[in-house]
Design a protein around this ligand. Sequence first.
Ligand SMILES: *[C@@H]1O[C@H](CO)[C@@H](O)[C@H](O)[C@H]1NC(C)=O
Ligand SMILES: *[C@@H]1O[C@H](CO)[C@@H](O)[C@H](O)[C@H]1NC(C)=O
Ligand SMILES: *[C@@H]1O[C@H](CO)[C@@H](O)[C@H](O)[C@H]1NC(C)=O
Ligand SMILES: *[C@@H]1O[C@H](CO)[C@@H](O)[C@H](O)[C@H]1NC(C)=O
Ligand SMILES: *[C@@H]1O[C@H](CO)[C@@H](O)[C@H](O)[C@H]1NC(C)=O
Ligand SMILES: *[C@@H]1O[C@H](CO)[C@@H](O)[C@H](O)[C@H]1NC(C)=O
Ligand SMILES: *[C@@H]1O[C@H](CO)[C@@H](O)[C@H](O)[C@H]1NC(C)=O
Ligand SMILES: *[C@@H]1O[C@H](CO)[C@@H](O)[C@H](O)[C@H]1NC(C)=O
Ligand SMILES: *[C@@H]1O[C@H](CO)[C@@H](O)[C@H](O)[C@H]1NC(C)=O
Ligand SMILES: *[C@@H]1O[C@H](CO)[C@@H](O)[C@H](O)[C@H]1NC(C)=O
Ligand SMILES: *[C@@H]1O[C@H](CO)[C@@H](O)[C@H](O)[C@H]1NC(C)=O
Ligand SMILES: *[C@@H]1O[C@H](CO)[C@@H](O)[C@H](O)[C@H]1NC(C)=O
Length: 435
Amino acid sequence: MVCFRLTPVPGSGLVLLFLVLGAVSSYALELNLTDSEKALCLYAKWQMNFTIRYKTTNETYKTVTISDLGTPTYNGSVCGDNQHGSRIAVQFGPGFSWTVNFTKEVSAYSIDTISFSYNTGDNATFPDAEKKEIKTIDGHVALKIPLNDIFRCNSLSTLENKDVVQHYWDVHVQAFVQNGTLSTNEYLCEKDNTSTTAAPIVPSTVPSSTTTPSSTTTPSPTTTPSPTTTPSATATPSPKGKPDVGSYWVKNGSDTCLLATMGLQLNITHDKVASVININPNATGFSGSCHPQTALLRLNSSSIKYLDFVFAVKNENRFYLKEVNISMSLANGSVFSVANNNLSYWDAPLGSSYMCNKEQTVSVSGAFQINTFDLRVQPFNVKEAKYSTAQECSLDDDTILIPILVGAGLSGLIIVIVIAYLIGRRKSYAGYQTL
Ligand SMILES: *[C@@H]1O[C@H](CO)[C@@H](O)[C@H](O)[C@H]1NC(C)=O
Ligand SMILES: *[C@@H]1O[C@H](CO)[C@@H](O)[C@H](O)[C@H]1NC(C)=O
Ligand SMILES: *[C@@H]1O[C@H](CO)[C@@H](O)[C@H](O)[C@H]1NC(C)=O
Ligand SMILES: *[C@@H]1O[C@H](CO)[C@@H](O)[C@H](O)[C@H]1NC(C)=O
Ligand SMILES: *[C@@H]1O[C@H](CO)[C@@H](O)[C@H](O)[C@H]1NC(C)=O
Ligand SMILES: *[C@@H]1O[C@H](CO)[C@@H](O)[C@H](O)[C@H]1NC(C)=O
Ligand SMILES: *[C@@H]1O[C@H](CO)[C@@H](O)[C@H](O)[C@H]1NC(C)=O
Ligand SMILES: *[C@@H]1O[C@H](CO)[C@@H](O)[C@H](O)[C@H]1NC(C)=O
Ligand SMILES: *[C@@H]1O[C@H](CO)[C@@H](O)[C@H](O)[C@H]1NC(C)=O
Ligand SMILES: *[C@@H]1O[C@H](CO)[C@@H](O)[C@H](O)[C@H]1NC(C)=O
Ligand SMILES: *[C@@H]1O[C@H](CO)[C@@H](O)[C@H](O)[C@H]1NC(C)=O
Ligand SMILES: *[C@@H]1O[C@H](CO)[C@@H](O)[C@H](O)[C@H]1NC(C)=O
């Protein structure tokens, strides 16, 4: 049984319908497939588009991109069982069809083959096509996912052959759903998994073309297959490693006015489950604005709509992190949003930068914390795009020094030693001014 829904328009009569999301030319497809007992057996949500090259009557080539899929139907999608694989079948536009099939093993399932068909006989989409025919492109994916894990790949995956380039992004899929309940365990594609330190696994996506005979004088393909990554099928998710450190900046005109260097790890508690997400700087966009009393650094990525850090000035001589706002989509498709404009972190004198190499936690709400690593930030008074003298966090020193002070009694001598130590240490960062 296939169910789909059109949002925000309420469905007519039957259960669930098809969902349109996103910007002008990109539509999110979403499918909740249920079995004869009405239990969820397959969930999928994804975006895709296709660029197709075809030969025209005058021996030249034309290229058309199919990104508006209209209102698709899902006829032919099946739950499958241990013997027969599961399948998503989508029909859209004039004569396009797309299927992906899944096979089940003891402790894993595989995305087997993606198959895409188009009809060059549709002269509105393929004007002047030399041949009027249905072409089918099969791409063998062979991606293994632990059973009962939901596969996520927000990053762009590309399947490419000489005539068709297929783009996939914001992919969430779980086949052979156990007990009708979508998993909260994510299995990430390599591009999304920023904690991956293992050696890259040899990709196995070799799209093969099974087109019906095409022209004989095809020029040699200039494209090379660009496979989707294939992580190994180890079923146990390991704890996240340290996130990569990213460098971010904001400009006011041509002058850099805000600098930030940091590794960021988000800790989101949703439905009582904490998910830890490392921000991959390579896949993160940034922007912002600078004003005399406030400064904004905004990060975004394919899943993070925005992650805002708002800095403010206090007592006319210090800055601090005052506000953090986030809106991001989670693996199950829901949107997670938190805002707190009453924070007090990363406090340092104006004209200096704030630095903390140790892991530090910014607690935005009960459900949302940010762990920072190798942090350095300067939201005001940046000169020549370089950090000024750093004020370092006192995270470890506090825990070490307090027992000393208490244990030894507040003898003047000890206090003097401690102050001298702090001054000495502060000095050692004075020269630390480059990016
Ligand atoms: C699929 O099910 C999920 C969870 O019940 C729901 O949030 C989502 O709207 C459903 N989508 C469709 C297209 O029915
Ligand atoms: C197709 O998708 C890719 C990846 O998201 C995007 O870069 C490209 O602009 C899209 N093409 C169209 C015509 O929407
Ligand atoms: C082929 O046809 C297209 C229009 O269909 C035209 O723009 C192009 O100039 C033609 N090329 C040649 C070589 O005639
Ligand atoms: C899909 O099935 C519905 C009825 O279940 C039917 O009306 C529709 O024509 C079918 N679409 C295609 C493309 O086969
Ligand atoms: C998946 O589909 C491909 C072609 O579309 C087919 O060759 C393959 O046998 C199918 N696999 C299963 C398990 O049905
Ligand atoms: C498209 O095909 C229809 C018939 O199938 C024909 O009437 C029409 O003229 C064609 N249009 C173009 C632009 O070739
Ligand atoms: C599904 O239900 C069965 C029986 O209630 C239980 O043993 C099994 O652990 C459940 N599996 C999952 C993945 O929740
Ligand atoms: C980011 O890019 C750099 C250089 O291009 C590379 O060394 C690094 O491994 C990438 N990091 C991730 C998480 O992809
Ligand atoms: C990320 O990659 C590591 C190393 O390959 C793997 O152990 C871990 O399970 C992956 N995490 C997720 C959530 O897929
Ligand atoms: C994530 O947050 C939960 C709940 O606040 C906490 O128990 C857990 O230790 C945190 N994990 C990390 C890696 O920060
Ligand atoms: C931004 O640039 C304008 C024009 O150069 C300047 O007047 C303003 O003070 C700058 N603002 C900040 C916060 O640097
Ligand atoms: C961040 O947002 C900007 C504009 O809103 C967009 O152009 C860019 O692609 C986004 N970056 C990422 C990595 O999603």
